[in-house]
Design a protein around this ligand. Structure first.
Ligand code: ACO
Length: 218
């Protein structure tokens, strides 16, 4: 877990806070002076956790930094802390998500432009706390806040641990192959529980071919 020289209790009035480009937790209340103080502290927290995440994933540079977050409007970082826990006040993880316009292959290999596709961009729980259910806790918090469902999320270069995590908790297993770095799962293109048009037209095409074969050979 990550310790900071400053008091983090005033930042984490709740165990998980949502942070966007203003670098303030969603729970923030206060004047401009206090906002500057809290955003500066949050900036240090995000930078440090982003670096730890990069090290854990063996990346050459962090995916998450306060500077990057400040510059984009449609990304959100969820940060989790343990206040008054067995290790004192510590920050234990982060999850960065955003919406992106992507060109993706669907189930039958046709290209689709998906506007504002939900994306999991960076996810990290401190090594000392992994596999204790905290990843699930922050992920579920994020899903509720964003109003997303797991099968509709794309994942940016998932690690083996994240692939196992998504399979275990959300049953995500069958990947729709892409040529870019994003991973998405069977069901991504389905609309509200019904098979999407592409899949229907795929089966219609097969049925049509079978029909022609049968009628021509008769
Ligand atoms: N080996 C295999 N599976 C793992 C491992 C591991 N070392 N760690 C977590 N998992 C998966 C398993 O399914 C595990 O269930 P199990 O213990 O029954 O096998 C499950 O996750 C545990 O669930 P949680 O405890 O809720 O998850 P955790 O708190 O460990 O957080 C996370 C998951 C974020 C992937 C964490 O392991 C981590 O930070 N890993 C290092 C960084 C990383 O790989 N991040 C994802 C990068 S890709 C991206 O961000 C888009």
């Amino acid at each position: 877990m990550a310790n900071f020289k400053f008091d983090i209790q005033s930042i984490f009035t709740e165990p998980i806070v949502r942070v966007s480009s203003n670098l303030l937790p969603h729970t923030f209340r206060g004047d401009r002076r206090r906002a500057l103080d809290i955003s500066s502290k949050m900036s240090q927290i995000i930078d440090h956790m982003g670096e730890l995440s990069a090290v854990a994933q063996k990346l050459s540079k962090p995916v998450t930094s306060s500077q990057k977050l400040r510059m984009v409007e449609n990304q959100t970082v969820y940060v989790m802390a343990d206040i008054n826990g067995c290790d004192g006040d510590v920050v234990i993880g982060l999850l960065k998500v955003g919406a992106k316009n992507l060109y993706l292959f669907d189930n039958v290999g046709d290209t689709r432009k998906v506007d504002q596709a939900p994306c999991i961009l960076d996810f990290y729980i401190h090594e000392t706390r992994q596999r204790t259910g905290l990843g699930k806790r922050i992920f579920d918090f994020m899903l509720a806040e964003e109003n997303w469902i797991p099968v509709k999320c794309t994942v940016d270069r998932p690690s083996e641990k994240l692939l196992k995590f998504l399979k275990k908790y959300y049953g995500l297993e069958t990947i729709i192959p892409q040529t870019n770095k994003f991973v998405l799962y069977e069901g991504f293109f389905e609309k509200d529980g019904t098979k999407d048009n592409t899949q229907c037209s795929f089966y219609l095409k097969i049925w049509h071919c079978v029909y022609l074969e049968v009628t021509q050979s008769a």
